[in-house]
Design a protein. Structure first.
Length: 197
């Protein structure tokens, strides 16, 4: 019986060590990249497309945990929209309601972008797993617009939350040792039960 108490204490100590090992991953940094586009974009049914790339300075590959992309978009006649806001039946905003763009973040999957986005409003979206995978492997993120109509693109802001690079590397021998101890403990407990019966 005394031996079983020792096994339980050892198992609790291993569990506590594992919790301490993985709780250190709570340290996070935020990296922000601002691309000043400030350009009028125009096209019809996505031709021609318009692209730019975010490159994170000081970013360590494999450390991105989450991200958010904000793109400042406005209609090229937004000032007229404000002036005519009291008379929507003659407003240029209503006349230009057909303007639309597709926002492609990373590769064409539309999980992170938007198939039909009204460029009278800013784009704001979280990065999904595919975009984070691309960001973690290359350190860059490409954004592509497929416009129908004409509008202005201002700043594009990519904000990425990262973890400490030293926490990304997991000690494989330590992990295998913990797994081996756990399996040995289970085998020993099973053998002891069979011998006791």
């Amino acid at each position: 019986m005394n031996f079983m108490k020792k096994i339980r204490k050892l198992a609790l100590a291993m569990a506590a060590g594992t919790v301490v090992l993985f709780s250190s991953a709570a340290n996070a940094d935020v990296i922000t990249d601002v691309e000043e586009i400030d350009q009028r974009v125009s096209g019809f049914l996505g031709f021609p497309s318009f692209s730019w790339t975010h490159t994170l300075e000081g970013f360590t590959l494999g450390t991105a945990v989450s991200g958010e992309l904000w793109i400042d978009m406005r209609d090229d006649e937004r000032d007229l929209c404000v002036e005519w806001a009291g008379f929507p039946f003659i407003s240029p905003c209503v006349q230009r309601a057909g303007e639309v763009t597709s926002v492609i973040v990373g590769i064409i999957d539309f999980l992170d972008g938007e198939l039909f986005h009204n460029p009278n409003f800013d784009f704001l979206g979280d990065l999904g797993p595919i975009s984070l995978l691309g960001l973690n492997t290359t350190g860059t993120l490409t954004v592509t617009l497929l416009p129908t109509g004409d509008f202005w693109v201002g700043d594009s802001v990519l904000t990425v939350t990262t973890r400490d690079a030293s926490e990304v590397q997991v000690s494989e021998p330590g992990t295998l040792a913990l797994l081996g101890l756990g399996l040995a403990g289970i085998g020993f407990a099973t053998r002891r039960r069979k011998n006791a019966a």
